[in-house]
Each structure stands twice: as structure tokens, then as C-alpha cells.
Write a protein that binds this ligand. Structure first.
Ligand code: F6P
Length: 557
């Protein structure tokens, strides 16, 4: 079995972690580092186009940085990335290639899976998407009663929802006026009903997005949506109001959607990496096909960078290595993703799936048990909302929570006519910067006492209050700063996170591209469903049986 801790770099990093702990015990280490090295920011930053990556507020010394790069070499990050883009079957437990990078490859050369060039198919689906999106947006695609489509409802869940929903929200300034795109994911009927409440069947188009076309939630929502439409317009209307995005033509046809209205993708596209495939159709409806292709172009820029830049200059590799430092050597359990841009409000949810479904595993690639920590708990909220919710814990909690701050220099809304943008964006950015500074600097006891004295609080009162107002500082953050949230910039940002997650899977020797951990709950839910409807009780533990009985009684089953 591979033991990732056996390499020289890992062992040396363990020693560095001990040295760091001693330094942290002296207090306010990062303040000292910035004072001692005025070039720390300049020397640690990396750039890709207008994207600035600043890890200088991480608990990383030059020696730790050197050893992390050595760890990246030892764990063969470069060759691993090459194997992925060459179409090797690196999704070991499902025997599949992992080739989402081909979906955004803009160079025109071949990309092979099992010896076969997949690019002609990729190009054909993009052309099919362009034709459909153009017809829809121009009004040439009409509903069954001859009216143009005003509302598009994407029905999907997980990777068939989070990526498109996140990207559509992020690119709001690019939406076509008069065309609204909605996302329904939860099997809770309230989600579909609430969405349909304001819509007219005559002007609504449903996109049923499901890689497998077997997902319970999506099929339940799709069937109910079809019943809503058929109830109003009749069965023949389905052809003008339903399209499908899937790898499963038979199931699409069984559902009643003509496969000519299916946009295909392939088993080498992982669900949580499928935004770039036909699964992005709803995004393209909202922003147009040209902007969607800009999104692909931005992701491709990140792909080239991840593949070609040496580890020390490779942004996703550096993010992965710093994350491993925080997780495995410093023992920090989580990662906060904090976009200072309201348009990115679904980014934390999207990254939760991308990261936690990929690296929330404790089995090594050869089936052993990992003896080391793996993926962190990812959470977040857009700034400044998070500041008024959980930042108290970030600043003074007993756990250290590393955080990614995402800043955008120019508001996408700044040039919108009549938009009352005022100085909101300066307020937003100043808050983001202030938080990274505060988390790093903290506030010493002496500073607190001085502040209290100036406020007229002295003696026993000051002594009692001071401990509550001290900030330890040394709370690590990375800042990602970009010019504007364009489709290109969004594609680049997302692909950087994808590659970071991939690199971490390699560093931890786990299979990042399967998701067996979601299966057990699905299996059990299938058994419990009939029991709630009145079937004979199954063999459960006392708690589950008791709760089933309680629900049956309350629901009169
Ligand atoms: O949550 C498990 C999962 O398989 C995800 O990986 C996937 O994104 C989601 O379900 C939806 O799957 P599908 O696109 O096949 O409906």
C-alpha cells in the first residue's frame, strides 16, 4: 500500500510543522514575517492573466514552501495531470477516463479515449447547442401554442444542477432580457411547485438534466413537470417543451423525449465536472452561446496552466499543496470559501460538491485505509453576509478555519444604466480586504488595553473585558483577485478549483472521480419509500423503525 507520508518531503514538513507551532506560540507570527520580509507579498503571489493568487497570508514559510513543492514533485502531480488529459482511465473504480478538459479544448487537435478521438462528438454537440440556443433566444423556437419561450426550467440535481445554477447566477449581467432561467433540484415538491407557480405552460421549456437519467429526484420532478404541462396543453406539447441532457438515450426515450431533442455527453465526463458539457445548456440559454464558449475558453486557459506551469508557479498545484499543509500538518478541519461578489452566491455550494464528493474519502487507490486526513469540510457564504453570521468563529473560535477570499475589482453592474451602484463596491472590497488583514494581524492584549483606555475603560473593568477583545491572529487566508467576473474569468476560476481538487486527490492517493459514498443512502431510501406508503415494515434499527411508524401514523398511512 502507498503511504503518502513516507516520502522525504512529508517527513521534513512534519518537522517544519513543529517549528511553526513553536513560532506560533510566540504569538503574531505572520505579523513578524511581513515585517521581516517586505517582499513576502511580491515573492509569493502568482498570476494567470488578470487573476492574482496571493497566499502570503497563509502559515507558510519559505522553507515550508520549498518542501511543499518537493512534495508535489514526489507525488508526481505533473505526470498525474498528463495522464488525465491524455484520457487514461484514472477513474479506477469505474474504469473510466476523466476528460472534462476535452470539453473546453479550443485548439482543434484530437483528444482520445481508448484510442478514439472524442473531439468530433464534442464539436457536434456544441453545434447542436448553438442551433437550439439561437432559436430559443431569437424566438424562432416556439411552444406548442405558437408563443416564444419566456422561462427555461432546468431539472437536475448535484452536478446536473449546481454548476449550471452557480454559473447562471454568476453571469447575471449577461442574461438576455425577457428570458428567465430557473433551477429545480430538490425532490421536495415545494421546489417545483414554487417555481411553476408564476410560469405559464405555453411559454415554459423544461431541460431535464441527468447524466444517468435514473436519479430519483430528477425523474420525480421531470414527471411532475410533464404532468403540469400535459394537463394544460396535451401530450403532443411535450415535444416543444421538453429537451434532455444525458448519456442515457434509452431512458430519455422511455421518458417520452425524442432523442433528437437530447443533447449527449459521455461517461468520461464526471457529474460534478459536467458544467462544460451539454449540462451547461441552461447557462447558454441565459447568456448566449458566444458567452458560453468564452466560459469554456477561460477554463481551457486554466487547463493549459495546470498542465504546463512548473509546480512552484502552478496556481492549482499551490492551492492544493497549501491545503494539504493546513489539513495534514497543521490539522485544520475545514475550508471557508468567501466570494466578495453576490453573483457568486452559489459558488460555495458548488465547491462543496466538487471538493467533498471528490475528496471526502478514506480509502486509498489500491483499497487500503488512509492513515492520514483527507478532504476538508467546505462551506461559505458571500461576503459581507458571512461576516454577520459565522466570522466570529473564524476570528476567535477554537478551531482555525483557513479561508479563500475571492475579490473582483470591478462590479459587473457598475456600468448598468440607472443602476444605483453608488460606492457599494468599495464598501464590499474594503470589507474583504479588512477581513484578511484582521485574520492575519489579530489584536494584541496591549492594543486592546490601549483602545480601552482611550475609550475611558480602565482598571478592573478593562482587565475583565480585555480577554474577550483579543484576537490571536495567524488565521490563514488566500486571496484570489480578478478584474471582472466575465464568462472567461469564471471559467478560469472554476477550472483552477477543479485542478486543485484533482491534485489534492493525488497527494492523498485517493480516487477523486467516484462517489460510492452517496449510494447507501439512496439504496435505503428506496426501501423506506414503500414503507411510508403502507408496505410491511422492514428490518430497521429501533430508531428508524420508530420514526417510520411515527410518520405513518401522523400521515394516516
Ligand atoms: O450525488 C450523486 C450524483 O451521482 C452526483 O455525482 C451527480 O452529479 C448527481 O448524483 C446527479 O446525477 P445525474 O446527473 O445522473 O442525475
Amino acid at each position: 500500500m502507498v503511504d503518502v507520508r513516507e516520502g522525504q518531503a512529508w517527513r521534513a514538513l512534519e518537522q517544519q510543522a513543529q517549528l511553526l507551532r513553536a513560532d506560533l506560540a510566540r504569538g503574531y507570527a505572520m505579523r513578524r514575517w511581513f515585517q521581516e520580509d517586505p517582499l513576502r507579498f511580491q515573492n509569493m503571489q502568482l498570476r494567470l492573466g488578470d487573476l492574482l493568487y496571493d497566499p502570503s497570508k497563509q502559515l507558510v514559510t519559505p522553507e515550508v514552501s520549498r518542501l511543499l513543492n518537493a512534495l508535489g514533485e514526489e507525488r508526481c502531480l505533473g505526470p498525474a495531470m498528463e495522464a488525465m488529459v491524455e484520457g487514461a482511465p484514472i477513474n479506477l473504480t469505474e474504469g473510466r477516463a476523466v476528460l472534462h478538459t476535452a470539453l473546453r479544448d479550443r485548439r482543434g487537435g484530437p483528444r482520445r479515449v481508448g484510442g478514439q478521438d472524442v473531439m468530433p462528438e464534442v464539436g457536434a454537440v456544441l453545434a447542436q447547442m448553438r442551433e437550439f440556443v439561437t432559436a430559443l433566444r431569437s424566438g424562432a423556437w416556439r411552444g406548442a401554442t405558437g408563443l416564444p419561450i419566456r422561462d427555461v426550467v432546468n431539472i437536475g440535481i448535484g452536478g446536473s444542477d449546481l454548476g449550471p445554477a452557480m454559473a447562471t447566477a454568476a453571469l447575471r449581467p449577461y442574461w438576455q432580457a425577457g428570458l428567465r432561467v430557473h433551477y429545480v433540484s430538490n425532490v421536495d415538491g415545494a421546489h417545483l411547485q414554487g417555481t411553476l407557480a408564476d410560469l405559464s405552460p405555453e411559454t415554459t421549456l423544461f431541460i431535464v438534466a441527468s447524466k444517468t437519467f435514473t436519479t430519483q429526484e430528477t425523474l420525480a420532478n421531470a414527471h411532475s413537470a410533464r404532468a403540469w404541462l400535459v394537463g394544460a396543453l396535451g401530450l403532443e406539447a411535450v415535444a416543444r417543451h421538453f429537451v434532455a441532457l444525458s448519456t442515457n438515450a434509452k431512458a430519455v426515450s422511455d421518458f417520452g423525449i425524442d432523442v433528437r431533442q437530447m443533447f449527449a455527453f459521455w461517461d468520461w465526463v464526471g457529474g460534478r465536472y459536467s458544467l462544460w458539457s451539454a449540462i451547461g445548456l441552461s447557462v447558454a440559454c441565459a447568456i448566449g452561446m458566444d458567452a458560453f464558449e468564452d466560459l469554456l475558453q477561460g477554463a481551457h486557459e486554466a487547463d493549459r496552466h495546470a498542465l504546463e506551469a512548473p509546480i512552484a508557479a502552478n496556481i492549482p498545484a499551490q492551492m492544493a499543496l497549501v491545503g494539504v499543509w493546513n489539513r495534514n500538518f497543521l490539522g485544520f478541519p475545514s475550508l471557508a470559501v468567501l466570494p466578495y461578489d453576490q453573483s457568486l452566491h452559489r459558488l460555495p455550494a458548488y465547491l462543496q460538491q466538487a471538493d467533498m464528493e471528490s475528496n471526502g474519502k478514506a480509502t486509498t487507490r489500491d483499497g487500503g485505509k488512509t492513515q492520514w486526513l483527507t478532504g476538508p469540510i467546505v462551506f461559505g457564504e458571500p461576503g459581507t453576509n458571512g461576516q454577520h453570521a459565522f466570522y466570529q468563529l473564524l476570528h476567535q473560535g477554537s478551531d482555525i478555519v483557513p479561508a479563500d477570499f475571492i475579490l473582483v475589482a470591478h462590479s459587473a453592474f457598475a456600468t448598468a444604466p440607472n443602476h444605483p451602484i453608488g460606492d457599494h463596491h468599495e464598501l464590499l472590497l474594503s470589507n474583504g480586504l479588512a477581513q484578511t488583514e484582521a485574520l492575519m494581524r489579530g489584536k494584541t492584549e496591549a492594543e486592546v488595553m490601549l483602545e480601552l483606555r482611550l475609550a475611558g475603560i480602565v482598571g478592573a473593568d478593562a482587565a475583565a473585558l480585555a480577554p474577550h477583545k483579543i484576537f490571536s491572529g495567524d488565521r490563514p487566508t488566500t486571496t484570489l483577485l480578478m478584474d471582472r467576473l466575465t464568462p472567461h474569468a469564471l471559467g478560469r476560476l472554476i477550472a483552477i478549483y477543479e485542478h486543485k481538487i484533482f491534485f489534492q486527490g493525488i497527494l492523498w492517493d485517493i480516487c477523486s472521480f467516484d462517489q460510492w459514498g452517496v449510494e447507501l443512502g439512496k439504496q435505503l431510501a428506496k426501501a423506506i419509500g414503500p414503507e411510508l406508503r403502507g408496505a410491511a415494515p422492514g428490518n430497521h434499527d429501533a430508531s428508524t423503525s420508530g420514526l417510520i411508524a411515527e410518520l405513518r401514523q401522523r400521515r394516516g398511512a
